[in-house]
Every structure is written in C-alpha cells, then in structure tokens.
Design a protein around this ligand. Sequence first.
Ligand SMILES: Cc1cc2nc3c(=O)[nH]c(=O)nc-3n(C[C@H](O)[C@H](O)[C@H](O)COP(=O)(O)O)c2cc1C
Length: 195
Amino acid sequence: MRYNLSEINELIRNRRTIYPEQYTERVVQRDMLETILTNGLWAPTHGKTQPWRFKVYMGEGRVYLAEKMMKLYKSITPAKDFKEIKYNRIKDRIDRTSALVLLTMKRTPETRIPEMEEIEAVSCAAQNILLTAAAYGLGAYWSSPKFLYTEEAKAEFAMESEDRILGLLYFGYTKDKWPRSHRKPLEYVTEWIDG
Ligand SMILES: Cc1cc2nc3c(=O)[nH]c(=O)nc-3n(C[C@H](O)[C@H](O)[C@H](O)COP(=O)(O)O)c2cc1C
C-alpha cells in the first residue's frame, strides 16, 4: 500500500456538503485555497486540455460576486416566479462565506475532445477540491442555481459562449457537528460480470 488507505477512505466517505448558514466567522486563508485549487489541477483531463478555470472571490471581491448573482437571478427569473426571499438569500449566503470559487470550463478551440469530457474533467477537479477542503476540516457547498447555466451568466463573468459555468463553490468552517450522510450500498448500483 503506497498511502494510508484507511485515512483516504475516511476522507472520501466523510466529505460533506456544508451550507453557509452553518459557517463560523473564521476566514478561509488564501494559502489554504491555493493548495485546495492546486489539487484540482491534478484531475484527469482527456488530451491534457486542462479545461478548469477558477474565479476566486474573497474579501471585497465578494461584493462583485453578490451583485452579479443577484442581477442574474433577477433578470433570468420570470416575474411570477421571483421570490424576494431567494433574492436576499443570495447576498446573505455570500456574506456568510469568506471564500467562494466559480467553477468553470474553458473549451479548447478546435479540440476533438467532446464537450462532455471537458465538463467531466472539471467535475473531477471539483471532487479533488472538495476532498482537499474536507481534509483541512473545511465545509464546502457546490451550488448550481439555474441562472448560472445561462448565456447571460457567461457574459456577466466575461466568458466565451462555448465555455460553461458548473457552479459556485462555498467554503467555510462549520460551527455545527460534522454532518453524517448515507449512500445506497454497492450491491444496488453494481453489476459484476465475472465469467
Ligand atoms: C453538480 C452538483 C450540483 C449541486 N448543486 C446543488 C445545489 O444547487 N444546491 C444544493 O443544495 N446542493 C447541491 N449539490 C450538493 C448536493 O446536494 C449534495 O452533494 C448531496 O446532498 C449529498 O450530500 P453530501 O455532499 O454531503 O454527500 C450539488 C452537487 C453536485 C455534484
């Protein structure tokens, strides 16, 4: 065994989504985030296109993010579905979070790699990121509001139309007990074809 598998199993199985309402005031430091994102870079990538791009929002940068997110929610949501409470919650959640990362995919022009594989590579990067955050004892939350999947959102974040936004990652220390979760056991999801 090259690594301590029991620790790795524990890390993978105990990684949990933790929401901004549960975060303490403790600020996530930039050097920690650098390590977290650097592990993202080591995800598999077909053709080594390395399609992941990160926009990190900390400190005052979060003000721009909140503005953009609120603007997008307002412009994309039909008036009949608009909820003031949801609109205000966008800002509230960003205010409660010291570090956020917009997770995006940069499409390599003229690549033969299907778009789906570029999205998959960024998703693999996301898992490295979430696991590294968990190793630091940080809670993380992958949020994917519908308005981030729009052309308007790409324009707002100065992205090309062939690129994609996968979501917004929130990071923070939890004030609550580390949550527990459950999964369907392996036998429900696996077919063994073995001779
Ligand atoms: C692609 C993706 C998008 C997600 N978007 C949301 C979201 O918009 N809102 C949310 O509450 N959770 C979102 N999640 C987190 C899931 O709700 C969470 O992973 C699930 O409840 C299992 O909990 P766990 O992460 O603690 O194991 C998303 C997860 C993934 C992989």
